[in-house]
Design a protein around this ligand. Structure first.
Ligand code: AMP
Ligand code: MN
Ligand code: MN
Ligand code: MN
Length: 285
């Protein structure tokens, strides 16, 4: 189905997780960039959807309710985006509540670790920063920048927040099967987010695709904000091999990510079915 380039973005974040814009500001920014179909997909929460929906009405944007679910698979973290989910579904909401609890417990343990490294009052400060939304590692990074521990976000992750570094807390997120099950229970489409971004060998990547497809996954995010033409080809081929559809999403968090723009993603390669053709997506775009 022909789609004008730049008009669809199915992976974005707001202040209810680690994004810099409120849901209202995000929808306005997307509309200003010419995006007409937008999914809000915050980490482990649907809390921004109602506000985004209201803003979308104002701006003539079609808002697709979404969520980015944290998963632990083979001791690695994967992200599974749920698109066009029913926000009132009880199985999905119960699953997300469990992950929100896990996030809070992780934040508590990370705060203790950072206090041992000399920072003060970390849990209270990071909670104030998250302002009722989900606490994510980028929130801790912002505090570390405030305290002058690092000179940029990248350095915070590299020195403190990555696996194996002093402020890292290893976390058991949802299982792949549970995450996909919750999304399907909520009549949504399960998408393997930014498949090129996981640090793994080609053999592990094939296993990841196979496990995702075997667990009932529907699509892979073949066209991301950080995709190169090579990556698009590789992941389109992997998706096709496993009978998955393709999705598109910038993973926009903030205007500070100068290399990303809302809706700025490569076009879907010909021959790969697109998620917006999935019956659960609703009216064709
Ligand atoms: P969390 O789910 O709380 O562990 O946080 C993961 C989020 O941190 C991702 O969704 C990214 O937005 C961000 N992130 C991960 N790695 C990096 C990095 N190296 N530099 C900046 N942000 C990162
Ligand atoms: Mn994020
Ligand atoms: Mn992600
Ligand atoms: Mn994301």
């Amino acid at each position: 189905m022909p789609l004008l380039p730049g008009t669809i973005d199915l992976h974005t974040h707001s202040t209810v997780s680690d994004g810099a814009l409120t849901p209202t500001q995000l929808v306005a920014a997307a509309a200003a960039e010419g995006v007409i179909t937008l999914a809000l997909t915050d980490h482990d929460t649907l809390a921004g959807i109602a506000e985004a929906r209201a803003a979308a009405l104002e701006h003539d944007v079609r808002l697709i309710p979404g969520v980015e679910i944290s998963v632990t698979w083979q001791r690695r973290t994967l992200h599974i985006v749920g698109l066009a989910v029913d926000c009132d579904n009880s199985a999905l909401n119960a699953g997300l509540r469990q992950l929100q609890h896990t996030r809070h417990e992780r934040a508590r343990r990370m705060a203790t670790k950072l206090e041992k490294l000399g920072m003060h009052d970390v849990l209270a400060r990071v909670m104030a920063l998250a302002n009722g939304g989900q606490i994510t590692r980028p929130h801790f990074a912002r505090l570390m920048l405030e305290d002058g521990l690092c000179k940029n976000m990248q350095q915070c992750f590299k020195r403190y927040l990555k696996a194996g570094k002093p402020a890292h807390v290893s976390t058991e997120w949802a299982t792949l099967e549970d995450a996909i099950g919750w999304i399907h229970a909520a009549s949504g489409i399960a998408v393997l987010a930014h498949p090129h971004a996981y640090k793994m060998t080609a053999a592990w990547r094939r296993r990841m695709y196979a496990a995702f497809a075997a667990a009932g996954g529907d699509a892979a995010e073949v066209c991301c904000g950080t995709s190169t033409p090579d990556r698009v080809q590789t992941h389109a081929a992997q998706a096709a091999t496993h009978g998955l559809m393709g999705s598109v999403g910038s993973d926009f968090h903030s205007h500070e990510q100068r290399w990303l723009k809302l809706g700025r993603v490569p076009t879907m390669p010909k021959g790969l079915a697109a998620v917006w053709e999935h019956p659960a997506f609703g009216t064709p775009v």
